[in-house]
Design a binder for this molecule. Structure first.
Ligand code: T46
Length: 144
């Protein structure tokens, strides 16, 4: 894997095996606890991203663990742990990024038929979201 090192907390890369044979197409597989570091309880995807100016995310989770993939096209994932920030260019369909707890994340700069696939450690719970940036900084104990 030749990716920019991840410097924020509660993150990291996940690389899925790609199976290529004599047929057309590539098969990529993800198993809970094996390829991603949790049992997968929920899967969702985001597509029909037609406005390049769109911005999604802009929140953190208190406990939820997720891995985000870009299975088509590309986008930029901005991560912020309250102290450090970084941008990750997401374009490899088999390389996901762990969105651990207490990590403010923003998805933007979507290009060419971008499709995001996310696997999550728990069911949807709105109470697990922190959607206000100041509240997030207080929550993670940052003095910024
Ligand atoms: C995340 C990033 C990567 C549900 O009812 N169930 C669900 O499972 C999800 C994911 C969302 N929703 C509802 C909650 C909102 O009323 O769908 C609406 C839009 O959700 P949100 O604004 O949180 O969407 P994104 O794209 O900003 O964020 C999503 C996930 O919600 C979030 O957990 O980490 O993708």
């Amino acid at each position: 894997m030749d990716n920019k090192p991840i410097i924020v907390k509660n993150s990291g890369y996940v690389e899925l095996k790609r199976i290529v044979d004599e047929r057309d197409g590539v098969l990529s597989i993800m198993e809970g606890q094996h390829d991603v570091p949790f049992d997968i309880k929920r899967v969702y995807y985001i597509n029909n991203l037609e406005n390049l100016q769109s911005v999604r995310g802009k929140h953190a989770h208190k406990e939820l663990k997720q891995v985000i993939f870009c299975i088509n096209g590309s986008f930029v994932l901005t991560l912020d742990d309250g102290e450090k920030k970084q941008d990750i260019h997401m374009w490899r369909d088999n390389v996901g990024v762990i969105l651990g707890k207490e990590l403010w994340h923003t998805m933007h700069s979507f290009l060419s038929g971008c499709v995001l696939l996310v696997v999550a450690s728990d069911f949807y719970k709105e109470e697990d979201y922190i959607r206000d940036y100041e509240e997030f900084l207080n929550y993670v104990g940052s003095t910024k």
